[in-house]
Design a protein around this ligand. Structure first.
Ligand code: SAM
Length: 246
């Protein structure tokens, strides 16, 4: 098991609680725009970093044939439970991005890799092999959508303050802080999530490895691996960007 799988396995039972699913889905819808109308009604869609299933379930609720993969068994276990709760059928499989083309039996009309997941690419080889693998499982001319933290902006304007989400769970006020420990470009850095329950003075901390990468490197890798059209746009006040690669 590699580090990232172990880190997400540890976070999995808390993941949906740690994230803001409502904002996540509403910005996802903005990012998609009217792209779904361009897909065939019986389109096959793959979410290849499905996490706990948020976006895969959303697609399944829209009536698409959905496959969902992730490297973390723990995240997949939560995703399966969430799919059962929402009463949708999804084909789950455990896979790294690099192995997808060996494991999947069909080609897709749309592949999605959302939630800044591409920032887990450790090195240029992994980026290249992952993009080549994803390209192979897409039908010709079909889009691949991914989003990435705007690292250029973070390095230009380093922020000392973590961003904070406040939640009330069973009447208890809980604060969740998100911060990035940035050590430089293309080196191991950390995304840190901390939960404070101030009343009971409890703190829980989760860390996962990220590797900030410049957009120009991503765009170049896309073009070298069969994506001829690579379009980028910013969202969430410029903190992230998304890319449609075809
Ligand atoms: C930040 S989470 C995003 C999850 C989900 N897409 C969301 O937005 O809620 C990143 C996900 O990428 C998965 N992941 C990390 N490295 C991966 C790899 N090499 N291959 C496949 N999945 C990977 C993690 O296990 C994790 O579930």
């Amino acid at each position: 098991m590699n580090d990232i799988e172990a880190q997400y396995n540890a976070m999995a039972p808390m993941y949906s609680f740690l994230m803001n699913d409502e904002i996540n889905i509403s910005t996802f819808q903005e990012v998609l725009g009217n792209r779904l109308t361009e897909l065939p009604e019986d389109a096959n869609i793959l979410d290849c970093a499905c996490g706990t299933g948020l976006h895969a379930i959303w697609f399944a609720q829209k009536g698409f044939h959905v496959y969902a993969s992730d490297i973390s068994k723990g995240m997949l276990k939560e995703a399966r439970k969430n799919a059962v709760k929402k009463n949708v059928r999804i084909n789950f499989l455990q896979s790294s991005w690099e192995d997808l083309y060996k494991k999947l039996p069909l080609q897709f009309d749309f592949v999605v890799c959302y939630g800044n997941s591409f920032s887990h690419m450790k090195n240029p080889d992994m980026l290249r092999n992952s993009l080549a693998s994803i390209r192979k499982i897409l039908k010709p001319g079909s889009p691949f959508l991914f989003d990435v933290r705007n690292w250029e902006n973070d390095f230009k304007h380093p922020s000392q303050a973590p961003s904070r989400l406040k939640k009330t769970i069973n009447g208890k006020k809980i604060e969740i802080d998100y911060s990035w420990k940035l050590n430089g470009w293309n080196v191991k850095c950390q995304f840190i999530t901390q939960i404070y329950d101030r009343k009971n003075d409890v703190t829980r901390k989760y860390e996962c490895d990220i590797y900030p990468i410049k957009y120009e490197k991503i765009a170049e890798a896309c073009k070298r691996n069969g994506f001829n059209q690579v379009d980028r746009n910013f969202f969430r006040k410029g903190e992230y960007y998304y890319v449609f690669a075809i």
